[in-house]
Write a protein that binds this ligand. Sequence first.
Ligand SMILES: [Zn+2]
Length: 53
Amino acid sequence: MVWIKNVGMLPAYVCDCCGFGYRDAGTAFECEAYCKGHKSCSMELAKKAVYRP
Ligand SMILES: [Zn+2]
C-alpha cells in the first residue's frame, strides 16, 4: 500500500515495498507495482524519489 509522508513541507507518496517516496502518487503506485512484480526496485523510478529510507 502506498502511504503519505511529509518530506519537508510537502507530502510524498511512499512505496510500502521499498520505502522510497515520490512527489506524485502515480509514480509511487508504479514503484509498488514494480517492486511486487520484480522483488526489487526500478532504478528509473528510484531516480525520481524525493525520499529515501
Ligand atoms: Zn518501491
